[in-house]
Design a protein around this ligand. Structure first.
Ligand SMILES: Cc1cc2nc3c(=O)[nH]c(=O)nc-3n(C[C@H](O)[C@H](O)[C@H](O)COP(=O)(O)O)c2cc1C
Length: 184
């Protein structure tokens, strides 16, 4: 029997310490500066855009970008099945758009020939040979071919090599431009 299961052992103080450590750890983790991006994914005709901040370049040569995706998310499934992802960098003035992509996209507008025109009412552009979506209004974008996926726990860490690029972003959206938190 562990101390936690033994009614004779008073765990209150230990629990308080654990709770405080957990809260403190989250506060400091939240202070890590991050950008706010949209991750584009596609498998067959299924497409999605998802708000994400756990995005970072992880290697200079080759040019690799990593993104941590919730294990059960639509995006994690599409990225691993479809073999890649896009990262849309957003203009600093575009913070309202991230709120539209915190749930899986159900509103997909297509041209008669099947090209995806808009997701959740936001114009998108298909990029690269795999036609993954980016936000048309993105300040810049990266198109990444999946090179690895590591199941970490709550998240799967997907790494992709940058095979396409667009835009000349200057002022891009960061977490501190919003009142949102993610991580911790
Ligand atoms: C500010 C913010 C940042 C987020 N960052 C991430 C992230 O880095 N990775 C992730 O998997 N989900 C992140 N999310 C959650 C997803 O946007 C949300 O759960 C998503 O819609 C689920 O993914 P799906 O649409 O692919 O199912 C974030 C949400 C918010 C509000």
């Amino acid at each position: 029997m562990s101390d936690a299961d033994n009614p004779a052992v008073d765990n209150t103080a230990a629990d308080d310490t654990d709770d405080e450590l957990d809260r403190h750890r989250r506060r400091v983790l939240w202070a890590l500066t991050t950008g706010l991006y949209l991750i584009g994914s596609r498998y067959g005709d299924d497409v999605n855009l998802m708000t994400a901040n756990l995005v970072v370049q992880v290697c200079l040569e080759p040019k690799l970008v990593g993104v941590a995706l919730e294990r059960e998310s639509v995006t994690a499934g599409l990225v691993t099945a479809g073999g890649g992802f896009t990262v849309s960098l957003l203009a600093r003035s575009d913070r309202d758009v991230v709120r539209r992509f915190v749930k899986p996209v159900t509103d997909v507008e297509r041209a008669p020939e099947g090209i995806v025109l808009a997701l959740s009412g936001q114009p998108v552009t298909e990029v690269g040979p795999d036609r993954r979506p980016i936000l048309s209004a993105a300040a810049g974008y990266l198109d990444c071919r999946l090179t690895g996926a590591d199941a970490l726990g709550s998240h799967v860490f997907c790494i992709g090599e940058v095979v396409g690029v667009g835009g000349e972003p200057v002022e891009v959206l960061r977490m501190e431009d919003t009142r949102m938190h993610y991580g911790g």
